[in-house]
Design a protein around this ligand. Structure first.
Ligand SMILES: Nc1ncnc2c1ncn2[C@@H]1O[C@H](COP(=O)(O)OP(=O)(O)OP(=O)(O)O)[C@@H](O)[C@H]1O
Length: 363
């Protein structure tokens, strides 16, 4: 279900223009992230979708229909909404929190609770946690309950306002991974608000960078925004290490994969002055044999130096650089989808491609 902002403006009664002439389309089944500094109008924009805030100009269309023509209560019930600190009802059990919307829409208690228990499992919590109260859960678990409660609306649209901001960075990454995993199954139209550009580029199919005064500065794929910021504001907002972040989106197709000396575990090997990669019978890497190693009889895993990370051909170039930098031989091992060794790349080769060929951006 697509969401369309058509010249939407919100001027609060005190004269503050929170959102100024916003036009963009959130495509069906994608995650769009509104990102920008504090006060730039992200939350106001989000809340105009479910009519928690009414626009003072322009229109928000949901599936082609002006949201202002829908009954606000019904509209809100039909749109999943997750906020910071999860916003759970403290005096209701976790299960009843998740069952809130099904109960409101007239499901009987048993059916609503059964559905709630399933949803807890969907978001990675044991159904047995349903008996606890929110205060008896960690911050990350509470956020998962918040997501489960929003999914209970069973709506194609999910609005998420800084849902993961209150948890520590590790839990936050777990929650982000979980959301991406869920999204591959659910294919919802998700609008996600954050002030964190890393979170935005990690989660978003599209990223809308907003600036104070409620103006849209740039709307595009994460790759667009990182690699081709439209102005100084966006460039400074996406940050000085954006080059490295941008690697996640750059294809490594321009890097020439070189041959590497391969030896099979269990074979008898002669001496050599170069690094050789040891492979198993399926051609998959097991480790490196350093130059001038002496092998007593057949090559065994114990003769080897552990390898670095592997680069699966066709994935973003960041993995190729990681493979080269983590390799004891300074040669990044390139493998195919079955993890068979294809060859190697050096960090220098990867850097040359990054510095020299912006045309290999894959978006
Ligand atoms: N009810 C209100 N009345 C007057 N001004 C408001 C109201 N709500 C928000 N604003 C103002 O509108 C602007 C945008 O606020 P909004 O909450 O949408 O920003 P935001 O980008 O979500 O910020 P943050 O990241 O800090 O939550 C701010 O200047 C804010 O002070």
């Amino acid at each position: 279900m697509a969401i369309e902002f058509q010249g939407v403006t919100k001027r609060y009664p005190d004269g503050t223009v929170a959102v100024d002439d916003l036009s963009l389309t959130v495509e069906d089944g994608t995650i769009t992230v509104f990102v920008g500094p504090s006060g730039c109008g992200k939350t106001t924009s989000l809340r105009m979708i479910n009519r928690m805030v009414e626009p003072t100009g322009g229109k928000v269309l949901l599936d082609g229909k002006d949201v202002c023509d829908s009954d606000p209560a019904l509209l809100r019930r039909g749109i999943g909404y997750v906020i910071q600190h999860a916003g759970l009802f403290p005096h209701r059990t976790v299960l009843d929190n998740v069952a809130t919307v099904p109960l409101l829409t007239g499901w009987d208690k048993a059916k609503a609770r059964k559905r709630a228990a399933e949803l807890l499992e969907t978001v990675g919590l044991p159904a047995s946690m349903g008996k606890r109260y929110p205060a008896q859960l960690s911050g990350g678990q509470q956020q998962r309950v918040g997501v489960a409660r929003a999914l209970a609306a069973d709506s194609p649209v999910l609005l998420m306002d800084e849902p993961f901001s209150a948890v520590d960075p590790i839990v936050r990454e777990e929650l982000q991974d979980e959301l991406l995993r869920l999204q591959t199954q659910l294919g919802k139209t998700i609008v996600f608000v954050t002030h964190d550009i890393d979170e935005a580029v990690r989660l978003g199919d599209k990223v809308a960078v907003m600036r104070v005064g409620g103006k849209l500065a740039q709307y595009g794929t994460p790759s667009d925004v990182l690699r081709h910021p439209v102005d100084d504001f966006v460039a400074s907002f996406v940050g000085k290490d954006r080059g490295y972040r941008g690697l996640s989106f750059l294809s490594a197709n321009g890097v020439e994969v070189k041959d590497v000396a391969k030896i099979e575990i269990g074979s008898t090997v002669a001496g050599s002055e170069i690094w050789r990669i040891a492979v198993n019978a399926d051609g998959q890497p097991r480790g490196w044999l350093p130059p001038n190693s002496t092998v007593d009889g057949e090559l065994a895993e114990s003769d080897l130096v552990a390898g670095g990370s592997l680069y699966v051909q066709g994935t973003p170039i960041r993995g190729a650089l990681d493979a080269a930098l983590s390799s004891p031989a300074s040669l990044g091992v390139v493998v195919d989808d079955d993890h068979k060794v294809i060859g190697v790349v050096t960090a220098r080769q990867v850097l040359d491609v990054i510095e020299g060929t912006p045309q290999s951006v894959d978006s």
